[in-house]
Design a protein. Structure first.
Length: 305
């Protein structure tokens, strides 16, 4: 015989095991980890602190924060698995599709959360506290806050602010109020764009997807965006002049203005904005602007400080 019964069994199990491992990785949603790149913002604006140890500390913090965020996704998918099975897109998620056993996924999430938070406390106790706060904030958002009008968007923004603070804690640098205000306003800008995109795509069927969308209108969200866009540009401009860093940071203001205007163009003319991480990598002008911004900040600090 060319193979035995045991060989057949092993061959049959291998694809399933491989599929399950892939499913466990997918359930962490690594594509969403780009949001956690904000942890590097503190390092970018603390050019004199850029050393091998601070880069490694921030990189480790990035992965730990991403794993904690992944645990939130696991909990969400576990709780919403029956609802996701009825959704045209979400039904392909690992738990909803049956690729991953719900109980196994939940157990995996609990173990991963304990290991990630435990490691975070070893790296820096305050960073560990921030990881817990971030997890609890996102769980609160998933079960309560996402149903509360306006607070849902402010909670999303708070998550980005926590990322920025965590990045500073990792390399032990103080924050300027303007840095946190700019982060909060930019996060609100992205959150408003996300809600507007959802409202546009779902049109009159908003309540069946996300109940809080019944409380919004395109006009209201556009007014919010006008206020936040203006406040963000003014705040960033003041930050470049009053942050006790080189005044030459003002040369990056046009990049910030262009980036926000480009994003508004994509929201209003291309019906995008529902997924900021996708916009970052799929829209070349936005990606080029971000790259030029980072290069400009590093160059300015290197030359003038």
């Amino acid at each position: 015989m060319p193979f035995t019964h045991s060989d057949t069994s092993t061959t049959a199990r291998s694809p399933y095991s491989s599929s399950r491992v892939i499913g466990m990785l997918k359930i962490l949603r690594p594509k969403q980890w780009t949001k956690n790149l904000l942890l590097f913002a503190a390092l970018l604006f603390s050019f004199e602190e850029i050393r091998t140890e601070t880069i490694l500390a921030t990189l480790l913090g990035f992965f730990l924060f991403s794993l904690v965020a992944g645990c939130v996704y696991i909990l969400n998918d576990f709780v919403d698995r029956e609802r996701d099975q009825q959704h045209p897109v979400k039904k392909y998620r690992p738990i909803a599709s049956g690729q991953v056993n719900p109980t196994h996924a939940l157990l995996f999430g609990i173990i991963l959360l304990i290991l990630s938070v435990g490691t975070a406390f070893v790296v820096n106790p305050l960073f560990g506290v921030l990881c817990i706060v971030y997890f609890l904030l996102n769980v609160s958002y998933s079960f309560v806050l996402k149903h509360l009008v306006i607070l849902d968007m402010m909670t999303i923004a708070a998550g980005f602010v926590l990322r920025a603070i965590a990045g500073g804690v990792l390399i032990r640098v103080p924050f300027t109020p303007w840095f946190l205000i700019c982060t909060m306003l930019l996060s609100l800008f992205l959150a408003i764009g996300k809600r507007r995109n959802e409202l546009t795509l779902l049109e009159g069927n908003t309540g069946s997807h996300r109940k809080v969308l019944d409380n919004y209108s395109i006009t209201l969200l556009d007014q919010f965006n006008t206020i936040v866009t203006t406040a963000t540009i003014i705040s960033y401009s003041l930050f470049t002049f009053t942050s006790d860093r080189t005044i030459h940071l003002m040369w990056t203001i046009p990049l910030v203005i262009y980036g926000m205007f480009r994003y508004l163009y994509l929201i209003h003319m291309k019906n995008q904005g529902g997924s900021p991480d996708r916009v970052l990598f799929e829209d070349k002008p936005i990606l080029i602007t971000v790259i030029l911004y980072v290069i400009s900040v590093v160059t300015i600090f290197a030359i003038f400080e």
